[in-house]
Design a protein around this ligand. Sequence first.
Ligand code: ZN
Length: 377
Amino acid sequence: MSGPSVWWPTPARPSRWFSQTELDAAARYNDPLRHSARLRDVARVALAVGAGLVLPEGRGLVEILTHTLVFAAAFWAPAAVTDAWFEFVHEPKFPSVVPRAGGSVPPAHFVVGSISTLVFTAVVIFVGLGSWIGVMGRTEFWPLVVIMVVVALGGFGRRSGASIARLTHGVEAADADLSGELREVAERAGVDVDSFGVVERSGHQPGSPMTGHNAFVAGLGNGHRVVLTAALAEASPSVRDHVVAHELAHVARRDLTVSTGAWIAAVAGAFIAGGWFGPALHDAFPALSELSALTFGAAIALALGLLPVAWLSRAHERRADLDALRLLQTADVEDVREAFVTDRADLRAVPRLGRLWASHPSPAERLELAHRALSRD
Ligand SMILES: [Zn+2]
C-alpha cells in the first residue's frame, strides 16, 4: 500500500460518506458547541482589551498580578458559563436543581473543576507574562528557558480534555477476552503494552473525547498502558481494533514526542516574537498598556506559530490512519466510518480557515484518504 501523501489534504466530500440524516444529526449536536466557542473567543478578546485600556501603567508587580487574574477570568469565566448553560439545557449537571435523567456529575465536582481550572490558568498565564517581562528586560536567559518549557507543557496539557482526564478518571482493567484481542494488535504494531483498561463512563461530558469511540496510550519509555473509552470497549471488534491500532501507530512513530517538541518551539518562538512585536503595538496604540501590547503581540505570534504545529498534527493523524489500515489487513473504510458516525464528531467539512488550525483532518477527508489508500492496494 503506497497510498496518497499524508502531508497534504485529501479533498473532503461529506455527502459521499454520510447520509443527510447523519450530517443533520452531527450539525444539531455540534452547532451549539461551535457557537459557544465563538462567544468565548469574543468574550476573551473583549476582557483583554478592557483590561489593557483600564489598567494604569507603571505599577510593576501590581499590574502583572491584576492582569494575570483578569486574563485567567477571561479564559475561565466564559467557558464555565457557557458549559454550565449547555449542561443545564442538554444534559444537566445539577440533577438536584433540575431533576432530569442522565445527570451524573455532582455540583461539587463542577465547583472544584472550575476552581482548579482558574488556578491552573492563572499560574500558566503568570509564568507566561513573567517570561515576556524577562524577554523585555533581557534578564538571565536560563530561567526563561525553564519557564517557557513549563508554559509549553501546561498549554499542551490543556489542549486536550483527554490529557487531563487521564490523570483524574478511574480506569478498570479490561477483561481477559478484550485484553487478549488487543494484545494481538499491539504485538503486530510492535508496541510493548503492560495492561489494557477501560475508563469509567460517569462524569464525562457528552461529546468529549472520553465519551466517543476513543482510546489513549499512557506511559513513557518501553511499558505502555492502553485505555479505551467505555463506548469503544462495547463497539464491534473491527472498529475497536482500528481505533487502538491508530493510537499504537502514534506510539510506534513517536508522534507525541515530535509534536510536543514542535509545540514548545512554537510557544518559545511566540514569546520571543512577542517581545519584539509588543513594543511596536504599544507605539502604534499608546492607549494599550505595555503589558497588554506584549500579551497581544505574543498571542498573534502564537496563533501564527501554531499553524505549522497543527499542520504536523494533521499529517500524524493521516499517517496513523494509514498505518492502522495496513496493520489490520481486514479493516475497511466502513470501520473508520462507523467510529466517526457514532462519535458525534462534526461530519461536515470544517470551514477553510478553521481547517488551518485543526489538529485532525475532517472525518470526510480521513474516509476519502482511507478509500484511496485501500483502492491502490
Ligand atoms: Zn490520532
